[in-house]
Ligand binder design. Structure first.
Ligand code: ASP
Length: 312
């Protein structure tokens, strides 16, 4: 029986130097958290949710607290969670004022016949299920405000994000993929989106097959990067399909990212696990923090080619 894996990412793009340490610490803590949930008897989807909650709570990332701002200076977040057994999935789009959108996505999956709730409806649903609504200012970091001002000053918008040599976003989307020892898969992704996005814009993250995919017959994938590009090529489903033909997670992600670049000139990254315990974190942007626990070892990295390990 293969060993379980809990693998997380903290988003593709540049990651400015002042966030490097916090980003690596954040992904390591999240991988440990997910692993702990599995070790205590939680399911793959429980572990994915717990790991993403840990990342949403870390202000170094563009998700939950630390989310980037819309052009109007507000936080609107997207999240998805998917369970590979039965392809169950729940998502929220453009939700506001909740610290952990992935928890609401989980409730959509577990408590409704729907796949995605957006905007006001998502907030009403969250309240009905006792999710705390917080003062929006508590989700906004000074860095997110600064980033928006930078974009406004230089009149850059979401449309300029195609160019990877001019990396836009300082901190980024988060995600987690899990395969348990019994072969149960799960994936979750959460984001504040892209700085200066139009109010009401939903990115790839809550779109099933774009921002995440989990299938107990193939593996699990969480993506990050330019959302409009990721949606056009259904990146997470594309990578999962390649894995189901026998490709390793690494080959499948590379194939998916190459396809996205060749078809729509988009850049990003993804993490993937296969049913046999294969693991990969691959990106076509300058950096992407990632970490995973397999056996008694914590693996992590952020820069191209970096792969560090430490004992759990
Ligand atoms: N994919 C996210 C979005 O477009 C952002 C990111 O992953 O950096 O909303």
């Amino acid at each position: 029986m293969p060993e379980s894996v809990v693998l997380v990412h903290g988003g593709a793009w540049a990651i400015p130097e002042h966030l490097w340490d916090a980003s690596v610490a954040g992904v390591k803590a999240a991988a440990r958290r997910g692993h702990q949930v599995l070790a205590e008897g939680g399911s793959a989807v429980d572990a994915a949710e717990a790991a993403v909650v840990s990342l949403e709570d870390c202000p170094a990332f563009d998700a939950g607290k630390g989310s980037v701002l819309t052009y109007d200076g507000e936080v609107e977040m997207d999240a998805i969670i998917m369970q590979g057994a039965g392809l169950s999935v729940g998502a929220v789009g453009a939700i506001r004022n909740v610290p952990n959108p992935v928890r609401v996505a989980r409730l959509v999956m577990d408590k409704t016949p729907h796949v995605m709730l957006v905007g006001e409806g998502a907030n009403k649903f969250a309240s009905a299920f006792g999710i705390e609504q917080v003062d929006p200012d508590t989700l906004i970091t000074p860095y997110a405000r600064k980033e928006l001002e930078y974009y406004k000053t230089f009149k850059k918008t979401v449309y300029s994000l195609f160019n990877k040599t001019e990396p836009p976003s300082g901190h980024d989307t988060v995600g987690c993929v899990v395969v348990s020892a019994s072969g149960a898969t799960a994936a979750a992704t959460s984001t504040g989106g892209i700085t200066a996005k139009m109010p009401g814009r939903c990115g790839d993250t809550p779109v099933v097959g774009a921002g995440a995919y989990a299938d107990d017959q193939a593996g699990a994938v969480s993506t990050t990067g330019h959302g409009e590009s990721i949606m056009k090529v259904c990146l997470a489903r594309h990578i999962t399909s390649l894995m189901s033909t026998g490709q390793t997670p690494e080959a499948a992600i590379k194939g998916g990212l190459e396809y996205m670049e060749s078809r729509v000139k988009g850049f990003g990254g993804a993490i993937a696990v296969s049913l046999d315990g294969g693991v990969a974190a691959v990106f076509s942007t300058p950096r992407m923090p990632w970490a995973y626990v397999q056996g008694d070892t914590l693996h992590f990295g952020m820069h191209p080619g970096q792969h560090c390990t430490e004992d759990l």
